[in-house]
Design a protein around this ligand. Structure first.
Ligand code: ACM
Length: 723
């Protein structure tokens, strides 16, 4: 008999209930389409005994071997002995489209007292089922591994579920990229979009144009052999690698290597111009031959040509461009771009590739309909692109580099039309801030109310992709800037639209992040490494402080922006407390959940929160001692002091609640002062466009536990006010 029936819509509520007290509750991320739990568990004493039917291929043998290894890492049991239960894998059909949008990813999974059965539509479905099976492994009361008895029926909502990693602004090592692919497999993400060329660098070995990597790689690039190996590694895990070489803008690395490609209104082309010359046949020859080479290196059907952010003045006054416009009857910059993209499209189509471009490529609405559009500035772009008949990948609302919470991103649905973007009122205010800002507040970034997508439009939404631009992300920060937030987005892209309970998401996210760490994610190790630079030999208290804070959001921590506004160019070293801080601390989230329960009167939660407050106060004493010798710690001292003050007023609130007495007016005033200060610092960086003009908090750190303390203080105040 099923003890819990969880069709998709009911899943969230059921999980929330289970999490309130049952540590061994099934915790899956992304949530499956449907699952039915039964009473009891299947013990796992060692390696599973595998029995295959249907398609079997070397990739699946390797996947099964990885699964057996991971079983040991997840559970701690030794898996060299074949003492485990039976695992029957039926793969219904071989899948020539395994690495396409048509991949057969659906699967059914059954754990019974007799063993485990996987019934997958195709090989990728087997990978997805094994990812789910890993998430079911729990430690039983006797310390042995076990699986709950369960039936799962699962398939993705969207076929394109990606992350984009910018390797141009900071080089990301192959080792780090493989670690991200490992994590992607665990949460069923299936596209790694690599941004490989930008103003700052060109990152792939080119045999046709070797100056690209020799000069513009700045000593850090991927050899073709490394790329081929990475693609194979990803393919084994059901992940496609889609390359992006950004043209005609964001192309300074190309013109640094080959100055003759640059547009230059003043006459001779200049090395280091940002934009390619759209009026020169040399440019088209170069781009076609380069893309031809890269199309051979990257087997994915989709080839991303960038197409974003060509500055208004890019070609103004360039006599060659003026002649091009006259010859082809083009009047606007957007029409010149469309002319450029059509030429590139022809070259890639001959190669059998499907062009992907950022949303600006449809500004004229005249590109062939087979171009896939990546919406990034507003949700309106999804509506515009699909109304024109373009298939669309949604990134608006999913920019992980903007340092927003998992809840923020999770709340944006790929099919939304009016959610992400800058409101008209904010745009109007932002334009008055500074002429440099005004330049960026174009109509394209303003979100207007729009009708929902029609079913025909919705069918054109391929899925979503979370970009991580890397101006402020170094190789050692990659794990912590992508995860755990990318796992929440994996759920947004895989699970039913109705799966959207935020508290339940955070509870499962914490469990999943721990699994990713046991399987090799290095966010914690790298955070410790970064903290250890700031206070060698004594950094323990720093880690405890970092658990309660986060980096100021959006662009607030980007010190290059105010420097540029002041006419200076600086190098920002990514060695600060704010760089080491987790973006959306799960320790802080767990505190917020406890504080909520404490506010509702849960005695155990109140005791736990009281203990939290003691720890915060004690840690502040340790931080204060460290600050004497370590300047970076000194900078964060006011933040630590405010957390200690929150602990002090939090204790007073708990005292008042337990005594049933009103919170004393002086305590309420103290609480208001520190909580309002923290909220003001958080609000200062809450919106991208205003973030670098807001009041920066000390050490660029915002306090993540504030709402929980405020909740307790408010309840204590209300309780006191009650008769
Ligand atoms: C972009 O963020 N410029 C696509």
């Amino acid at each position: 008999m099923p003890i819990l029936r969880r069709p998709a819509a009911a899943l969230a509520a059921a999980c929330a209930l289970a999490f309130a007290g049952d540590a061994a509750a099934v915790s899956l991320m992304p949530a499956p389409q449907s699952m039915v739990e039964h009473e009891g568990v299947l013990a796992i004493a060692g390696r599973f005994a595998l029995a295959w039917t249907g398609c079997r291929e070397p990739r699946l043998d390797r996947a099964a071997e990885r699964f057996q290894r991971d079983l040991g890492r997840l559970s701690g049991i030794e898996t060299f002995a074949a003492a485990g239960p039976r695992l029957e894998i039926a793969c219904r059909a071989a899948d020539p489209g395994a690495l396409t949008l048509q991949a057969r990813e659906a699967y059914r999974l059954q754990v019974s007292a007799q063993g485990v059965k996987i019934d997958a539509d195709g090989p990728v479905g087997v990978l997805r089922a094994l990812a789910t099976l890993r998430q079911l492994v729990e430690t039983g009361p006797d310390g042995a591994a076990a699986l709950p008895l369960i039936e799962i029926d699962d398939r993705p909502r969207f076929a394109w579920r990606g992350v984009m990693i910018d390797t141009a602004r900071h080089f990301m090592s192959i080792e780090s990229l493989k670690r991200q692919i490992d994590a992607m497999e665990q949460v069923k993400l299936n596209v790694l979009h690599l941004h490989l060329s930008d103003n700052e660098a060109f990152r792939v070995e080119s045999r046709r144009y070797p100056r690209l990597h020799e000069v513009a790689g700045h000593g850090q690039f991927y050899t073709q052999a490394e790329i081929a190996d990475l693609i194979t590694y990803a393919a084994d895990r059901g992940v496609r690698v889609t390359p992006e070489f950004d043209v005609p803008g964001h192309a300074r690395a190309m013109t640094l290597a080959y100055p003759e490609l640059a547009s230059n209104p003043a006459g001779a082309p200049a090395a280091g111009a940002q934009v390619l010359n759209p009026a020169s046949e040399d440019t088209y020859r170069f781009v076609s031959r380069l893309f031809d080479e890269m199309a051979g290196l990257f087997p994915d059907a989709y080839f991303h040509i960038g197409g974003d952010e060509v500055p208004d003045e890019a070609w103004a006054g360039d006599p060659q461009v003026e002649a091009l416009k006259a010859a082809h009857n083009l009047t606007t910059k957007a029409q010149v771009e469309a002319h450029f993209h059509r030429r590139i499209h022809q070259a890639l189509a001959r190669r059998g590739k499907i062009v992907v471009g950022w949303e600006e490529v449809i500004d004229t609405g005249t590109l062939p309909r087979d171009v896939v559009v990546q919406a990034w500035r507003t949700s309106n772009a999804t509506a515009r692109a699909t109304a024109l008949g373009h298939r669309t990948i949604v990134s608006a609302g999913y920019y992980l580099d903007l340092l927003n919470t998992a809840a923020f991103h999770y709340g944006v649905d790929p099919a939304d039309t009016s959610t992400a973007g800058i409101s008209p009122a904010d745009a109007q205010a932002a334009r008055k801030l500074h002429p440099l800002v005004a330049r960026f507040v174009t109509d394209g970034v303003i979100v207007q109310p729009m009708a929902p997508l029609t079913p025909e439009q919705e069918a054109l939404v391929l899925g979503g992709e979370a970009p991580l631009w890397a101006e402020l992300v170094s190789d050692e920060m990659l794990d912590s800037r992508l995860w755990p937030r990318a796992a929440a987005l994996a759920e947004r892209f895989w699970s039913p639209r109705e799966t959207r309970d935020v508290a339940d998401m955070y509870a499962r996210l914490a469990v999943q992040q721990d699994r990713l760490r046991r399987l090799g994610l290095e966010d914690e190790a790298n955070r410790a490494r970064m903290a250890s630079r700031l206070a060698p030999g004594a950094w323990g208290p720093l880690l405890d402080l970092l658990d309660l804070v986060g980096p100021a959001r959006n662009m607030a921590h980007d010190q290059r922006v105010p420097a540029a506004i002041a006419g200076k160019k600086i190098v920002q070293h990514l060695t600060a407390m704010a760089d080491a801080a987790p973006v959306d601390s799960l320790v802080a989230r767990a505190f917020l959940a406890r504080a909520d329960r404490a506010a509702l009167g849960d005695a155990q939660a109140r005791a736990a929160v009281r203990a939290d407050f003691e720890v915060w106060r004690a840690n502040h004493s340790r931080i204060a001692a460290l600050a004497q010798d370590h300047p970076a710690v000194r900078e964060a001292l006011p933040v630590s002091a405010d957390i200690a003050e929150m602990a002090a007023v939090g204790v007073l609130a708990l005292d008042a609640l337990e005594a049933g007495a009103p919170l004393a007016p002086d305590a309420a005033a103290r609480a208001k002062a520190v909580l309002d200060r923290a909220d003001a610092f958080e609000a200062a960086s809450a919106k991208p466009i205003f973030s670098f003009f807001g009041k920066r908090p000390p050490a660029d750190l915002i306090i993540m536990v504030t709402p929980g303390v405020r909740r307790l203080v408010e309840v204590a105040g209300d309780r006191g006010a009650a008769p």
